[in-house]
Design a protein around this ligand. Sequence first.
Ligand SMILES: [Mg+2]
Length: 270
Amino acid sequence: MALSARIAAYEQFILDLDGCVWVGEQGTPGVAEAIDALRASGKRVAFATNDPRRADEDFVTKLWSIGVRASLGDVVTVGAATQYLLHQRHSGRTAFVIGTNSIRRHVADAGLHVLNGTDLASRAEVVVVAGTNSLDHDDLRLAMLALRRGGDLVATSRDPVYPTAEGLAPGTGAIVVAVEYASGATATIVGKPEVGLFETALDRLGEGRTLVVGDRLDADVAAAAAAGLDSALVLTGGTSAEEAAAAVDPRPDLVADSLAALLLEDSPYS
Ligand SMILES: [Mg+2]
């Protein structure tokens, strides 16, 4: 299928996953053939997500399950972006981590010494916070003590909630606020709407004119604007056509009914 003329000038694409490439367990309409067409035209693609709970491999598996070819290098999770930032700024230091095993691995892979489970946890030089479904009071206490001793606080996002099959659940931001309130520290945020996730994606993709595609004005479009990148908003997720039309700051460069409708000429999916 032929690519749409309006995206022809872009050499590489950063695609949001939830609400853009898939909704729940289903790919958005026509997404696999649209991404195939993009790659067949020599465009580079990276998938980017603020979700800190699942391992990078899980996103690759899910992409294949909806018919989209992907390897680990194509997926930029907020955990990988946190690793990138930690490696640049805090390599060689000690860390206490609130988050899943996946996040702990990313912190260790960044060259930090993870002190969780040792007597020295409250003396960590860096506290890393990411969303997790298992959190106890001792986590908050150790993070607070480390930060009150002058540690640096890094968090994956301020997302207040995240969707589950049972409805909304408290997100990374809810934990970040508790840690900030107890410690008086302010977190450096890696994920959308800050620029860290997209900077990591650009480090993977290389130089080239880049379009960010996502379903949320306050996350994808805002982060693209902050990173100096063009953006397209798709209406398969968290934003209505009315909200898209009314958007002023940030305003997406392009709006489409779906990712396939954005990418393909004469798309049957609009
Ligand atoms: Mg999204």
